[in-house]
Design a protein around this ligand. Structure first.
Ligand SMILES: [Zn+2]
Length: 252
C-alpha cells in the first residue's frame, strides 16, 4: 500500500531528477511504474515502502526502463541519457586490451568493430552475411553499480560471441534471446573462461529471464495477445528459473 504522501514525493523526484518535465507527465509515469510494480508482485513483497525505498525498488528492478518502453519515451530518454554520458566511446588505449581478451577466449578479432554506434556493446548479425560484427563501446568496461551480472570483458565478449553469434539467436531483444545467449555462452566456455567468469554468464541468464521483457511493449496495441503470451511466459520463466537455480546449486 503506497500512501498519497509517498506518491507525491515520487512524482516530485521524477520532475526534480529530469525524468519528466511536468506534473502531468509525472503522474503518467508514476502510474506506469506502479503498474509494473504490481505486475512483478512487488507490492506483496514490499508492503508499505517509504518514498526512498520505493524509488530504490524502481531502480533495482529496472522499472524505469520498462515504463519508458511502454510509454514510448524510451528513445527520447536514451538520447538524453546518452547526451549526458559523453564517454560512450571506448577510449583508443583500451582497444588493444579488448582485442587481447578476444584472442585469449577465441573470439575472432576481425569481428570487433569499435564505437560504430553508441547504443552499446552488442552483436549485430543479419542473414546472408549483410552484417556480422560485434559493436564494442565503453560499456564493455562494466559499471560496478549496474545490476547486470556481466562484469568482466571476457564474460561480455562470450555473451556476444558464443551466445548471440554462435548460439541460436531466434527472437532478438527478447528475454528468451538474452537468456539463451548467456546460458549458451556458459555451456560453451567450460575450457575457455574461469569459473568466476562463467558464473557471471550463469547469473546473467537468470538476470535476463527476470529483467528482459520487451514483450511487455506489445500490450500497448493488443491487450488480449499480450495477456495470452504473458501467461505462457510466466510459467516458462518460472520453470527456467527453477531449473537454473537447481543447476547453480550444483555448479557452485
Ligand atoms: Zn545480449
Amino acid at each position: 500500500m503506497v500512501t498519497l504522501d509517498v506518491q507525491k514525493k515520487i512524482i516530485d523526484r521524477l520532475i526534480r531528477e529530469g525524468y519528466v518535465g511536468n506534473t502531468e507527465d509525472g503522474v503518467t509515469l508514476y502510474n506506469q511504474l506502479m503498474e509494473c510494480f504490481e505486475e512483478l508482485n512487488l507490492s506483496l513483497a514490499f508492503g508499505s515502502p517509504t518514498a526512498d525505498e520505493l524509488w530504490d525498488l524502481f531502480e533495482k528492478f529496472n522499472l524505469f526502463g520498462r515504463s519508458f518502453s511502454i510509454l514510448g519515451w524510451l528513445n527520447e530518454w536514451n538520447e538524453r541519457r546518452l547526451e549526458k554520458r559523453d564517454a560512450w566511446m571506448l577510449p583508443d588505449d583500451m582497444k588493444p586490451v579488448v582485442e587481447a581478451v578476444a584472442i585469449k577466449i577465441g573470439v575472432p578479432v576481425e569481428l570487433l568493430e569499435f564505437n560504430k554506434f553508441r547504443q552499446g556493446t552488442m552483436y549485430v548479425g543479419k542473414p546472408g552475411g549483410l552484417a556480422d560484427f560485434i559493436n564494442i563501446t565503453g560499456d564493455i568496461l562494466a559499471d560496478p553499480n549496474d545490476p547486470c551480472p556481466l562484469k568482466s570483458i571476457e564474460a561480455i565478449l562470450a555473451h556476444e560471441f558464443y551466445g548471440h553469434r554462435m548460439g541460436q539467436s531466434h527472437i532478438p531483444k527478447t528475454w528468451r534471446d538474452e537468456y539463451t545467449a548467456s546460458y549458451t555462452a556458459f555451456l560453451k566456455t567450460e575450457d575457455i573462461l574461469s569459473k568466476d567468469q562463467r558464473l557471471e554468464l550463469f547469473d546473467d541468464a537468470i538476470y535476463k529471464i527476470m529483467n528482459c521483457s520487451s514483450e511487455l511493449v506489445s500490450r500497448e496495441f493488443d491487450d488480449e495477445t499480450y495477456c495470452y503470451f504473458k501467461a505462457i511466459e510466466d510459467a516458462e520463466k518460472l520453470e527456467l528459473l527453477n531449473k537454473l537455480r537447481k543447476e547453480r546449486v550444483i555448479y557452485v
